[in-house]
Design a protein around this ligand. Structure first.
Ligand code: 8YV
Length: 313
């Protein structure tokens, strides 16, 4: 048997590309001058898709690949993969859970500290020579504050653990109570937002969480409230968030993800009470190495007829 054909939706780091090139015939969609033609020309040989969380695999794409057996996702979120279509057609799906949890939680805390303590502004204040000429404005404390974690999955629990070490009082919203978690459960998201100073969103993406952080939640969070989002852009009603930021009905936001990333609304780049990231919460060398290995191990297990390491379907 020759090397299996894999369609890649987006680039991985060089260390993964080298390994993948050894074992597979890799079709790099992002390099194709005509992606449609690349897919058409290889439709009868492509047996796997290697994708990224934000790129996923649509039903429309999978339909065009009759020999497709597996979609391996470099990321934990599978909201951009049509799981219904994959399941109905016996296509296996894998993701990269656990290995990125700590980094994403670290980023949530980093964004919260950045927004509350004005770390980017203070950095500019020193660099532009303002230090010594004027006073750095006073900022907002994080330690000891009330925090609402929206989505108490792996990342939510890791955020809560970190902020508990900051002596924060943690409460959370989710679809159900977790008996293994010591924090207060609030099934009413608006009620939670009203109670806390900081709201940290770690929800999975997809239909069920779309625009959950809406105008009512932001209004309840209030003028002293800070919103952090390390989940998916789709969980936040972006028009409502932009309005709240413009009207200063919330204090600020730290955002790693956006509805239309990487083409984000220009206003996010202008606001001085927003800290933005290029969807990079899992982007450490250590985690990306582990994510790439999981993608490769899942593909290798599949083609060896062995049990998948981290199956979704
Ligand atoms: C990655 C992610 O940045 O895990 C996810 O769902 O969105 C992130 O970890 C992404 O998948 C890499 O492209």
């Amino acid at each position: 048997m020759g090397k299996p054909d894999v369609l890649m939706m987006g680039a991985y780091p060089a260390w993964d590309m080298e390994e993948l090139d050894v074992r597979y015939v890799v079709h790099k969609l992002w390099e194709a001058t005509d992606p449609g033609r690349m897919i058409e020309a290889n439709r009868s040989t492509i047996r796997a898709i290697a994708t990224r969380g934000e790129l996923g695999a649509s039903a429309d794409l999978m339909k065009r690949l009759p020999k497709l057996e597996i979609v391996s996702c470099y990321g934990v979120g599978t909201d951009a993969i049509d799981l219904g279509y994959a399941k109905a057609n016996g296509i296996r799906v894998t993701n990269t859970p656990d290995v990125l949890t700590a980094d994403v939680a670290d980023m949530a805390v980093g964004l919260l500290l950045s927004v509350a303590r004005n770390i980017p502004q203070a950095d500019r204040f020193v660099r532009d020579g303002s230090w010594g000429k004027s006073s750095m404005p006073l900022v907002t404390r994080v330690s000891g504050k009330k925090v609402g974690v929206v989505g108490m999955g792996r990342v939510g629990a890791a955020v809560a653990k970190r902020l508990a070490a900051f002596d924060c009082e943690i409460a959370y919203f989710d679809v159900s109570h977790r008996s293994d978690i010591p924090y207060a459960f609030l099934p009413d998201l608006v009620g939670l937002a009203r109670q806390v100073e900081f709201l940290v969103v770690t929800l999975a993406g997809g239909e069920s969480t779309m625009n959950l952080i809406n105008a009512d939640v932001l209004h309840a969070l209030g003028p002293d409230g800070i919103l952090i989002n390390v989940s998916r852009g789709s969980t936040v009603d972006e028009a409502a968030l932009l309005h709240a930021l413009e009207a200063r009905t919330i204090k600020g936001a730290g955002l790693d993800v956006f509805w239309h990333e990487p083409r984000i609304d220009e206003r996010f780049k202008v606001f001085d009470h927003v800290v933005v990231q290029p969807h990079h919460a899992s982007g450490t060398i250590e985690t990306r190495r582990a994510m790439g290995k999981l993608v490769r191990d899942n593909l290798a297990a599949h083609f060896a007829g062995a049990a998948l390491v981290t199956p979704v379907l």
